[in-house]
Design a protein. Sequence first.
Length: 87
Amino acid sequence: MAEAYLDNLSNMLEIHLLRLDTKTNETVKIVTVVSTILMPVTFITSIFGMNFESMPFQLEYGYPLVVISMTVVGFFLIHYFRRKQWI
């Protein structure tokens, strides 16, 4: 009878650890998706945040163009991840 209790306890512990692993994997998945969405936006911002003498896109509407492009890239990645059912 003690062995049966030990087996049951061992099985319950294993199920608990598997549930924790599943929750951890879901959290890591969400963090990965968010960082992947923000990575290209951070790259674009880092290029345009440098103090250049001749900045790329030195146009009258250069700043709004960059902000719009970052927004489009972000929304494209969100749409892509939703289509793949990752978020």
